[in-house]
Design a protein around this ligand. Sequence first.
Ligand SMILES: Cc1cc2nc3c(=O)[nH]c(=O)nc-3n(C[C@H](O)[C@H](O)[C@H](O)COP(=O)(O)O)c2cc1C
Length: 330
Amino acid sequence: MGKLLLAPMEGLADAVLRDVLTSVGGYDGAVSEFVRVSGSLLPPRTFLRICPELAHGSRTRAGTPVAVQLLGSDPACLAENAAQLCGLSPAGVDLNFGCPAPTVNRHGGGAMLLDDPELLYRIAVAVRRAVPATIPFTAKMRLGNLDKAKALDCAQALAAGGIVSLVVHARTRAEGYKPPAHWEWVARIRDGVSIPVTANGEIWTTDDHARCRAVSGCPDAMIGRGAVADPFLARRIRALAAGSAQPVVDHAAEWLELLPLLAEYWHQVQHRISARQAPGRLKLWLNSLRLTYGEAEALYLAIQPLRGVDETSRVLALHGAPVLRAACAA
Ligand SMILES: Cc1cc2nc3c(=O)[nH]c(=O)nc-3n(C[C@H](O)[C@H](O)[C@H](O)COP(=O)(O)O)c2cc1C
């Protein structure tokens, strides 16, 4: 089968969640949250803060390679920072042309750049010169800013500028995260460029993955929110591709398998994130998990009002299986 990539998700999937999700298996690679580049040369510690995997061969503990994503609009500044980043030997350098955040767009970055394929080309050419051929240089784009009129021009500009593969999130900035994702547009882009294209958007189930492959014609897919809501999705997709029958999803059994992952997540969050922010991170993941697991709903409601680390650990232990109790007592 093709590759499965874990999507960059600033504020949702940080290094801790990447570590836990890739430990389940099924992902061939991941991309870090974006590093904002605006006017200055960032010190190595900034790249390491967003992508701590850089200190470990740019891989998660399970061995999944993690590329680092840059977001900016100035070709020279992006190139200078890409060169700095390459000194840390990332598994890849990725450019963001999809961020819909108003603060980013006001400064001409993210999805706004899709109005200007010529600028995309200049950015890609400048960064290409800064990234050694041994490090994959890639990009991720939406279908456009307000409409899809320049989608193909943008993809061709990036390919001509020297990226080696492209992820297409199959919506415009104006479409936000509203379903559907227009996988048929990914097919048009795939037909119009000679580099590999990865389809992204609205893959929540194994069926979605199969339909996305069929419609886009792309063997490779990137999964974002679906990976956070259903940590076993990539593994299930792989099992199907390996010839196992359509699995009957046993959510109760999966929840028991998920508990040690939740414990590990909570353990790492407490070590890496300030005590004030740690409970919020756990709530964020549980909020996604409750789309898939009824048990996550109960746990989410129980910890939702809590602010402190100790009380959160206590409630987790009360609601969880023995494995959670042991981890929270540690
Ligand atoms: C909370 C959140 C943060 C995101 N941050 C990034 C980011 O830093 N860089 C990026 O290229 N895309 C970012 N995205 C977009 C995702 O990578 C992905 O393209 C989008 O969620 C569609 O895929 P999905 O339907 O599988 O979630 C973000 C999405 C979400 C929901």
